[in-house]
Write a protein of this length. Structure first.
Lengths: 116, 114
């Protein structure tokens, strides 16, 4: 597909379980971002990958959150021992990050996580 | 660190009426400014951006925003809205050396009615 693809689109889990959310960026985009959209906190930056550089993890809310990006393409966001406050829509975005900065991020439709 | 304030959480507006969405930011360094839009059941899309140059920027669908450095504002306007403009609008800011690491405002829900 032409856009950023995220899966699953919806995930319901029980408190204490681990979840994995997947993001497939636009082909050729070297930068990949995870954001979280929740009612109480709005849109928050979580983590940023650029090429082979070390990721910027400064937005991860706790050590229960981790993310990896394999082969410079697909990324997985993992939340361990989920809590109810983790309920949110997790958004992935990518950008080409080549040449002049355009500021445009291309967002997926998100993965809605509900922790019961 | 920077912050973004969108003063209105919801703006009801009649079709063909003008609309203005207010955005103020604070930052100790140079920033880039953006408006993103989220239509119902869709992902976020870039509406327009200010990186440098002319302080008035326009989108292809009739929106415009003006960067005002002295007032640290980046308000979004449209002179005549359509039903299809019903969406949530997010103002965002990033430091000039911080590619894609955006600080978003809380969003403004625009509801256009006939």
């Amino acid at each position: 597909g032409a856009g950023v693809s995220q899966s699953p689109s919806n995930k319901v889990t029980e408190k204490g379980k681990d979840v994995e959310l997947r993001c497939d960026p636009i082909s050729g985009h070297t930068a990949l971002y995870w954001y979280r959209q929740s009612l109480g906190q709005g849109l928050e930056f979580l983590i940023y990958f650029q090429g082979n550089s070390a990721p910027d993890k400064s937005g991860l809310p706790s050590d229960r959150f981790s993310a990896e990006r394999t082969g410079g393409s697909v990324s997985t966001l993992t939340i361990q021992r989920t809590q109810q406050e983790d309920s949110a829509v997790y958004l992935c975005a990518s950008s080409p990050r080549t040449g002049a900065y355009t500021g445009e991020l291309f967002f997926g439709e998100g993965s809605r996580l509900t922790v019961l | 660190a920077q912050s973004v304030t969108q003063l209105d959480s919801q703006v009801p507006v009649f079709e063909e009426a003008p609309v203005e969405l207010r955005c103020n930011y604070s930052s100790s360094v140079s920033v880039y400014l953006f408006w993103y839009v989220q239509y119902p059941n869709q992902g976020l899309q870039l509406l327009l951006k200010y990186l440098s140059g002319s302080t008035l920027v326009e989108s292809i669908n009739g929106f415009e925003a003006e960067f005002n450095k002295s007032q640290t504002s980046f308000h979004l306007r449209k002179p005549s809205v359509h039903i299809s403009d019903t969406a949530e609008y997010f103002c965002a800011v990033s430091e000039t050396d911080s590619w894609g690491k955006l600080q978003f405002g809380a969003g403004t829900q625009v509801v256009v009615t006939p």
